[in-house]
Design a protein around this ligand. Structure first.
Ligand SMILES: Cc1cc2nc3c(=O)[nH]c(=O)nc-3n(C[C@H](O)[C@H](O)[C@H](O)COP(=O)(O)OP(=O)(O)OC[C@H]3O[C@@H](n4cnc5c(N)ncnc54)[C@H](O)[C@@H]3O)c2cc1C
Length: 446
């Protein structure tokens, strides 16, 4: 054993908290996970399940503790986007090279499985126990029914705040001097909708595709579930001409789907039901620093870096935090002060980079997809990449199918953007976009 056994508390039994518990249990620590919610394994999903895309970074972290294959059994590989563009037949865009795919997985099913695996390994879970306060220097936690009621006190050697974007642990750290914090909501919200399975249990749309209906300022996406259904997410401005605010009645919603999403009409009844039943949720980018307090407390996952979901990387980034933390534990053994210092130093620039990339993807999807100049630029990039796959790796591939740092992907993306700016300023670029002149210019600028 490379570590002295410690008493460890993890706040939050979400995806990040439960994976961190599995990792730390391997070192023989005594681990308790607190969650304010009931045990997700006993909660009915009420017919809908939010799903997530798992990619390389997530799989790497699961592989390291030997649970990748087990989790793959509950995931569906998606090797392409299926584009449902107005006025065009459905078409497909391969994500990457042969064999590269993102994986659709139900957040609830995954979370249940990870809690099972952590419990089997000997982790103790305390559900319906909300943490109200943390004494950072003393490593004390205070839980209870209400903020004003009686609290139970616990003492730990190490505390990990895996309590999500609105973290209580971070809240406590925020009150310290020189703690940086920012949060930015976007003016677009989202709503989960379902496309049910066919009667024979098969999928109504291609099951190995990530389906996208881009509509300028709003869009619908759909990812398959194992039971034949699809979970759709409608992203749309809260206010404005086409907005959540302006869809008030069943007829408004019916008109909306008929006008913009004619090929999901077969499921209209279901969609309408979900539309009025399910909440409209907000999306936030949250940044903070530092992420740790001495050798006692660390934030991991969304509590340290919540991002908008347009790159499908929030969970992947949280899992990568754990992977990096684990490598540092192996390197520095019992020296938690150094482990925590190195952890936040390595991860912070990468968390900022994926936050920026995710936000840019949001801007791109909502305001650029109808811009002919932008579409031409993308066409040139794609063409050049197909001619020189070793010289032009798209940012999407660097983020999704690689384990190189996010900050590197952002920097490479910026460098590519600068090249494309020159290319796009060539006279008559529309006519010569696939010419040798353009190809040579890019090669000379690389
Ligand atoms: C619409 C949408 C789509 C997304 N799609 C993707 C995707 O495709 N791929 C991807 O990688 N990521 C995606 N994400 C991001 C992903 O969902 C999050 O990054 C991930 O769930 C974060 O996990 P977490 O464990 O850090 O936090 P959470 O999942 O928020 O878990 C926090 C846990 O802490 C508990 N808790 C909170 N406060 C307390 C307290 N005071 N006391 C005790 N317990 C507490 C909560 O009950 C909860 O169980 C998406 C997010 C959204 C919103």
């Amino acid at each position: 054993m490379i570590q002295t056994q410690k008493k460890v508390a993890i706040i939050g039994s979400g995806l990040v908290g439960s994976l961190l518990a599995i990792y730390l249990k391997k070192y023989g620590h005594d681990i308790t996970v607190f969650d304010r919610r009931p045990d997700i394994r006993n909660v009915e999903f009420s017919g809908r399940s939010i799903n997530l895309a798992m990619s390389n970074r997530g799989w790497n972290a699961l592989h390291e503790v030997g649970i990748e294959e087990e989790i793959k059994k509950i995931a569906i590989p998606l090797d392409k986007r299926a584009m449902h563009v107005v006025g065009q037949p459905e078409y497909y865009q391969k994500y990457g090279k042969e064999g590269e795919a993102i994986w659709s997985i139900s957040r609830g099913v995954l979370n249940r499985k990870m809690i099972d695996l952590a419990e089997e390994a000997g982790v103790v879970f305390k559900f319906e126990e909300k943490v109200w306060d943390v004494d950072l220097p003393e490593g004390k936690l205070f839980t209870g029914e209400t903020e004003k009621g009686a609290w139970q006190e616990y003492q730990y050697d190490l505390i990990f705040g895996c309590d999500g974007a609105f973290s209580r642990v971070r809240h406590k750290m925020q009150r310290r001097s020189r703690f940086d914090y920012s949060q930015d909501f976007i003016d677009v919200g989202y709503k989960e909708l379902t496309i049910a399975a066919n009667e024979d249990g098969t999928h109504k749309l291609d099951r190995h595709s990530f389906h996208i209906w881009p509509r300028g300022k709003f869009m619908l996406i759909a990812m398959p579930n194992l039971d034949g259904s699809f979970t759709c997410t409608l992203f749309m401005p809260f206010e404005g001409e086409v907005s959540f605010e302006n869809i008030k009645t069943n007829d408004d919603a019916k008109d909306f789907f008929k006008t913009y999403f004619p090929n999901v009409m077969q499921d209209l009844d279901n969609l309408l039901l979900d539309f009025f039943k399910n909440p409209t949720s907000a999306m936030v980018t949250m940044k903070c620093f530092p992420w740790t307090y001495w050798d006692k407390v660390a934030l991991v996952g969304d509590s340290a870096h919540a991002i908008v979901p347009f790159y499908g990387q929030g969970m992947n980034a949280g899992f990568e935090d754990i992977f990096v933390l684990d490598a540092l534990i192996k390197e520095h053994q019992d020296d938690w002060h150094t482990i925590f210092e190195a952890y936040e130093k390595v991860r912070k620039p990468n968390a900022d980079a994926i936050a920026e990339l995710s936000y840019r993807n949001f801007v791109e999807m909502s305001s650029k997809t109808a811009d002919p100049k932008f579409l031409l630029q993308k066409k040139i990039e794609k063409y050049f990449a197909s001619q020189h796959p070793d010289k032009w790796i798209p940012v999407y591939s660097r983020v999704t199918f690689s384990d190189r740092p996010y900050a590197e992907a952002l920097a490479e993306g910026d460098a590519q953007e600068a090249i494309m700016k020159e290319v796009m300023s060539l006279p008559n670029i529309e006519e010569k976009w696939n010419s040798a002149e353009v190809e040579n210019l890019i090669l000379s600028l690389l």
